[in-house]
Ligand binder design. Structure first.
Ligand SMILES: [Fe+2]
Length: 301
């Protein structure tokens, strides 16, 4: 039986609610100016609607959304994002992980955990460790898949877009990789920041090395991320074979393929442990094209 897993990321939803003056302090002031002068032009709500309509028409068994739903962390933005998630599907068919913009400033950094909770809820309720953000990692079993969702979302200073997993989350992540390997599942890891490759210091995952070390010990079948707003395919070492690490562009960027044009991916997963198959198809607008169509495909496993 084939399982169709869809993936989109970084919708940076707009129109942005007009912030009240008192909300435009510190980091938000920089971000708001940035949005008005530049960023907003790269994110189109109409394009996003068209892309989502195309995805829903094509159909999927499960959808992964790898973060950056909001821009400045305004309370109204989280409510808008909640409606966006509901438009994609119910919480048990859509798995979300937050990005750096979803924890933009300290005051609202944990709002996403509350407002989007059915999209980040694991099959079993998270142990109440008392740590803020203890909803992560979560584990969801769907078909032959184990979907592991991680949070790299931490509030940072202006001009910074870094992420961090932290020791507690990394330990639990490795344990989940191990038990789901023993269950012979196809393990899909969702993470906003790319855990592989070289990136400029202001936007890195600070503990990417520890993430890669966990995967090197326990393996994984697929790692999906966002953050860079472009199509990417990288590899990290696993115990037996390399692990595919895949990024999608921002789902609201109305540009064209191949670089940054908005797109979503569908991974078709079949076979069984030791003999998995996984094919990827990307849908967006080809250069010179006018409608959303298949822009690339790859055999991953
Ligand atoms: Fe990001």
């Amino acid at each position: 039986m084939m399982f169709a897993l869809a993936h989109l990321s970084d919708p940076h939803l707009s129109p942005m609610p007009r912030p009240r003056l008192v909300e435009l302090m510190g980091k938000r002031a920089v971000g708001y100016f940035n949005w008005r002068s530049n960023r907003g032009a790269h994110h189109s709500p109409d394009f996003l609607s068209a892309l989502v309509a195309d995805l829903k028409h094509r159909g999927f068994d499960h959808l992964a959304v790898t973060g950056d739903l909001v821009n400045l962390g305004l309370p109204d933005e989280y409510a808008l994002a909640r409606r966006f998630l509901e438009s994609l599907g119910p919480g048990d068919r859509v798995s979300m992980v937050p990005g750096n913009h979803d924890a933009y400033v300290r005051g609202t950094a944990l709002l996403h955990i509350d407002l989007w909770k059915d999209y980040i809820a694991g099959d079993e309720p998270a142990q109440d460790s008392g740590i803020a953000g203890a909803a992560f990692p979560y584990l969801r079993r769907r078909g032959n898949l184990a979907i592991i969702g991680l949070s790299t979302a931490i509030p940072t200073a202006p001009f910074l877009a870094t992420g961090r997993l932290g020791k507690a989350q990394l330990l639990e992540f490795e344990r989940l990789l191990k038990i789901t390997k023993e269950e012979r599942r196809f393990r899909v890891v969702l993470i906003h920041h790319p855990p592989a490759g070289k990136h400029s210091p202001h936007e890195i995952l600070t503990d990417a090395k520890a993430f890669c070390a966990a995967v090197a010990r326990e393996g994984a079948e697929l790692v999906l991320h966002g953050h860079k707003h472009k199509a990417m395919l990288q590899k990290i070492a696993g115990p037996e074979r390399d692990v595919n690490v895949i990024g999608v562009p921002s789902a609201s960027n109305p540009g064209t393929a191949p670089e940054r044009g908005g797109a979503y991916n569908i991974y078709r997963i079949g076979g069984e442990a030791g003999a998995w198959t996984c094919d990827m198809e990307s849908f967006g607008i080809a250069r010179g094209g006018a409608a959303i169509a298949k822009i690339r495909s790859a055999k991953l496993l």
